[in-house]
Design a protein around this ligand. Structure first.
Ligand code: SF4
Ligand code: SF4
Length: 355
């Protein structure tokens, strides 16, 4: 992940891009977006022909590849007699490449990197992240994406290589790290992009900015204050009354990182494992503590908390919002709780109350 001083973008023909992606898929454990029975999904790749860069954001984010939904952290050998149990930490970090990450997801991954490196460093995540090559791909929004409202529609860092599909002939590849430069030099160095090709990048961004249908009616820097002033809003009761507490919005989100830790004993009592599994703040038992007390009893309280986690609570510690506008939670919610609509209702209420 060592960032490199900017190297001008390289132009690759489509054939060169294919050869680059094919080499990465052969040499690494590789994942990328595919059409999985009509649903955009990240999948293990065997060929570059499986890749689809033209789809909406994948149903699940790429979080699974860095923070698996279920992971063994420790193994306990209970067969030793004597004073102690033998405890072995488990850290698995195979070299891997994630191809086709969109700017929102690259920005989301950067947030996860900050969280996992803050305080007690999360060795499992960080080793896996260091062993991961990221190849980003530029995109256009669907009707639910709203990254432009949060300033996450571009990726300026957080990738090794970033591919811009040009309307004609080939692609431009931006280089983000030394590892990215080495890979490109090894498999498909192409040629230096000319000015007219680089101009196409800016033209694409203009086209992209004009294509958003979903938008927030406040600036990113206004959102923490808006959410902080929304505690008594009837909007929370309204969406809490229809939320099923399924946790899908947490599950699909690229920036949700809460997990639970538990120990599992083998049936012969000779070994045990310490596991961590994803958790979610919209689940009924997320705040259930010893003695049966639940300090966020209602779904309204839990959704208010989730929205504050995305637009308010992280702003001081990490100097960032924790939503990147991918729209996955809105696409996934079975009762149509839509993050832009809910947030705009809150923005409207708070702005009206301030006169
Ligand atoms: S996906 Fe929808 S119904 Fe499920 S917990 Fe989230 S807001 Fe509630
Ligand atoms: S809160 Fe929703 S829109 Fe924001 S990053 Fe998470 S899934 Fe995407």
């Amino acid at each position: 992940m060592n960032e490199t001083s900017p190297i001008p973008p390289r132009f690759l023909t489509k054939r060169e891009l294919k050869s680059l992606l094919g080499a990465l898929i052969r040499e690494y454990r590789a994942y990328g977006p595919v059409d999985s029975d009509g649903v955009p999904a990240f999948s293990a790749l065997t060929s570059s022909a499986e890749l689809r860069f033209d789809l909406s954001p994948t149903h699940l984010s790429a979080r699974e590849f860095l923070l698996p939904s279920k992971e063994t952290l420790l193994k306990f050998d209970l067969t030793e007699s004597g004073p102690g149990v033998v405890i072995t930490p488990v850290v698995e970090a195979q070299p891997q490449v994630i191809i086709g990450l969109k700017p929102c997801d690259i920005n989301g991954m950067a947030l996860m990197d900050s969280v996992m490196a803050a305080g007690v460093r999360d060795v499992n995540y960080l080793k896996r992240r260091a062993a991961t090559i990221i190849v980003g791909v530029e995109c256009l929004p669907d009707e639910t994406c709203f990254c432009a409202s949060l300033g996450t529609e571009r990726a300026e860092s957080g990738f090794d290589l970033f591919v811009h599909l040009l309307p004609t002939r080939g692609v431009l590849v931006r280089i983000g790290t030394e590892a990215g430069a080495k890979i490109l030099k090894k498999y498909a160095w192409g040629r230096k992009a000319v000015k007219a090709e680089i101009v196409k990048l800016e033209e694409h961004y203009e086209l992209k900015l004009g294509a958003f249908k979903a938008r927030l009616n406040a600036l990113p820097e206004e959102l923490p204050g808006v959410l902080a002033a929304s505690d008594e809003s009837p909007v929370w009761q309204s969406i809490g009354s229809i939320c099923t507490g399924c946790g899908a919005c947490n599950h699909v989100c690229p920036t949700c990182y809460c997990f639970d830790v538990s120990d599992e004993l083998s049936s012969d009592l000779k070994s045990a494992e310490r596991l961590r599994v994803w958790d979610g703040c919209t689940l009924d038992d997320f705040t259930l503590v010893a003695g049966g007390h639940n300090f966020r009893k209602s779904r309204a309280e839990r959704l208010r908390h989730r929205f504050n986690r995305k637009f308010n609570y992280g702003s001081e510690r990490f100097d960032s919002l924790f939503c990147v506008g991918c729209g996955r939670c809105s696409r996934t919610c079975l009762v149509d709780i839509n993050i832009t609509e809910v947030t705009n209702a809150i923005i409207k209420e708070v702005k009206e109350s301030r006169g």
